[in-house]
Design a protein around this ligand. Structure first.
Ligand code: FE
Ligand code: ZN
Ligand code: FE
Length: 204
């Protein structure tokens, strides 16, 4: 293949990737909001959905500022993160544990986007595209704020509520005499539908 692509082309590819990622997220976020039990978490997902729609408009302005047509190119990365989030939603977790997992899934998406927009801002500046850089930075800041909001919800109560719910779940612990063997096995078998690592740590 001829080596004719340059940083401008890579920048355009990343923009198209981000545009597609945001569109995928507008379909995933309503499902996450619906799966959330905590009203604060639900409204965090709903308000980030609104923001995400604004981010799509903003990306269209970026394309416009470059004289390019707004166009998406399938983002495999966010598709994988969304896929993981939807497997978690299929699990049979108690409500507070599900909330903790939805936050974990949401933060994976936010960090992916922070990495993408961080690169886009830096490249736009380097390429002498201040208008694009400014718009992309607005979105980068929204992604950071969304991530911080999720951290605050997790650390401000949701993780603790999930940990408290472990109390009603300890039938299995009482039935097992050989706890040492069990500890080894749970580490090797994380596929069980429970937060086994946390439950094991709690016994010590
Ligand atoms: Fe976004
Ligand atoms: Zn991607
Ligand atoms: Fe986001």
């Amino acid at each position: 293949m001829a080596e004719s692509g340059n940083l401008n082309d890579a920048f355009m590819d990343e923009l198209q990737d981000a545009y597609d990622a945001e569109k995928q997220l507008t379909k995933a976020l309503p499902k996450m909001a619906k799966a959330a039990t905590s009203p604060e978490l639900r409204s965090a997902f709903e308000s980030h959905l609104k923001e995400t729609k604004g981010q799509i408009d903003r990306l269209e302005r970026v394309f416009e500022s470059l004289g390019e047509k707004a166009q998406g190119k399938h983002c495999d990365g966010i598709a994988g993160i969304i896929e993981e989030g939807s497997s978690v939603m299929d699990e049979d977790f108690d409500e507070t544990t599900m909330d903790a997992c939805l936050i974990a899934a949401g933060q994976r998406a936010e960090h992916y986007e922070m990495a993408a927009y961080g690169t886009l801002v830096a490249w736009a500046k380097t390429l002498g595209l201040p208008e694009a850089a400014g718009l992309l930075e607005e979105t980068l800041n929204e992604e950071k704020a969304a991530d911080e909001k999720l951290t605050a919800l997790a650390e401000g109560g949701i993780n603790q509520l999930a940990a408290d719910a472990l109390g009603g779940n300890d039938d299995e612990e009482e039935d097992d005499d050989d706890e040492e063997d069990e500890a080894d096995e749970t580490e090797a078998a994380p596929a069980k539908g429970k937060q086994t690592a946390t439950a094991t740590a709690r016994k010590r």
